[in-house]
Design a protein around this ligand. Sequence first.
Ligand code: ME8
Length: 641
Amino acid sequence: MTQTPSSFYVTTPIYYVNDKPHIGHAYTTILADVISRFHRLLGDPTFFLTGTDEHGQKVEQAANKKGITPLEQCDSTVVRFQDLWRKLAITNDDFIRTTEERHKQIVSKILQKLYDQGEIYKADYIGSYCVPCERFFTEKDLVEGNCPDCNRPVEQIVESNYFFKMSKHQDWLIEYINNNPDFIQPSHRRNETLGFLRQPLDDLCISRPKVRLSWGIELPFDADYVCYVWFDALINYISAPGYITDDQSFQKWWPATCHLIGKDILTTHTVYWPIMLNAIGIDLPKSIFAHGWWLVGKDKMGKSRGNVVDPMEVCNRYGTDAFRYFLLAEMTPGNDASFTEKAFIDRYNTDLADGLGNMLNRVVQLINRHFDGKIPSSGLLESDDAELQTETLAAVKVMERSITEMKLDRGLESVMKVVRACNRYFEKTAPWHLAKEKNIDRLSTVLYTAADSLRIISALLYPIIPEKMNIMRSALGICNNNIEPKLADTKTWGMLESGSKIGDLPSLFPRILVEKTPKSNGGNKNKIKDADDQNLIEITDFAKVKLITARIVSAAKVENTKKLLKLMVDSGNDTRQIIAGIAESYEPDNLINKTIIIVSNLKPATICGNKSEGMLLAAKNGKKLNLITVDGGCNAGASVG
Ligand code: ME8
């Protein structure tokens, strides 16, 4: 079977329809969505499949409880997934439900084929059965010999069932995995599967007698049985693209490029599924990638722990793109990751509000002010400009690699590095000074360079935060038919069109303000009063000091000093430089956009060769300085007193 070389087919697990989707389901689906969007922007024919797993005991029980049919039960819960995917801007090309005819027919045909080939046989199954729960358990599952669900004693019963001959394919599978090192990823999961395959494989019981469970696909060769849910569910990956029913479509997409799964379902995907395909006579998918687990803080997530993170709720509070960004930036796909609201807000404020959003603000504001809202043109490049250009183009390569190697967090980190480099570039080139000095040629080059770097950044981030990047690209004056970027264009510098009118200045990622509980100063109050009695000043003395609010627009270390930071602050009337001794208490990047209080009428001074026009207020707490900041959305230049 051949496949168009560049066609890309990615799948997620089909989720149990009875469950309420949580952050784990959201993660796998967003990851698949982001990779699909990248491939579409690269121009690759792309097919992205997700869906729901709808047969089995839990659905049947839930339906019985409500007095409805199992299908009605599925219909009522499948919408939770479909609604969430809409909310998360998921661009799946198909959504398969295992209760659809197109799927059931294929499962039935495959069962018959394998039965006719002699791959399926009938035998007695002996196992530990819990009569009230109506379930078999393996010896491993039992808790002190009792049912792990209801804790009642189990019975050894014998039941006739159908078995799939997995054992005969074991050696073939080991050899296949060894010969195809990229088949199971990351490599520690391949080792896990090979470890599992060191034990002799049991044949797989693929039937359930209807007297115990009727909600399933009937075995075509024995109407007293239905098919085991996993055997049914895995087949979705080939029934959806048209196995048997649509040869052209199936040949276009199969073998799948990647089955994305969580580490919980490694064995079913890397042992059962390849053996099923081998028995049917179909090529194996090119890769199976098992990502790690989302924890909440350090804990496993679970209903009983009451810590399940609802993606819908997070999106409603902070926005879909912020959620998509956090999940991808925070998890290295092979490892576990932790969700906490604090980590979410910290990352959002640092990367998106103070980093990307702030940089776009600065560029658009200056272009509006000095170039009548039109993208200026670039003159001869100086070394600072060339450096930013090189860093931006290097991030393109890292991002590209991060997609193929499934290391998206690294790709995102490289883009954020460029965002920080852009902010630093502004400190170095100080376009506000260029404007003051009327050095329009240089100002034009600096603003063009920053804007073109933002164009490339917006394209690289487009698959991850598409809605915000649409806004950012129109703010940069990229017109409608180019709003959706072509990834090929990220490799070329200078594609932003000079003279094009920039769009409205959006508040791309407004800072999330966290309310801090005020600490009481308890018994200290009187002490402060007593100590200050001898140093009282008149109100007229205080009135001489002009305190105002100011917004930090940029911050950088003062070279060859340990303590000093060079801040550019917007004081409402002007942008001025303040040299402040806070370098040991603050990282420059964390200061951007903070609204602080400054003494605005202090005589200018030169500190370590740098002009300082004012002084900021900070509280001293041991060695650490804490900036006095202003609550709420206060404008720069407001008087304080
Ligand atoms: O297993 N962290 O469906 P399911 C990360 N129907 N990902 C998580 C997660 C977590 N804490 N919890 C769940 C099934 N996932 C079968 C699949 S496929 C033919 C049949 C994600 O609803 C992860 O992708 O239990 C995991 O593999 C999947 O949800 C399990 O979904």
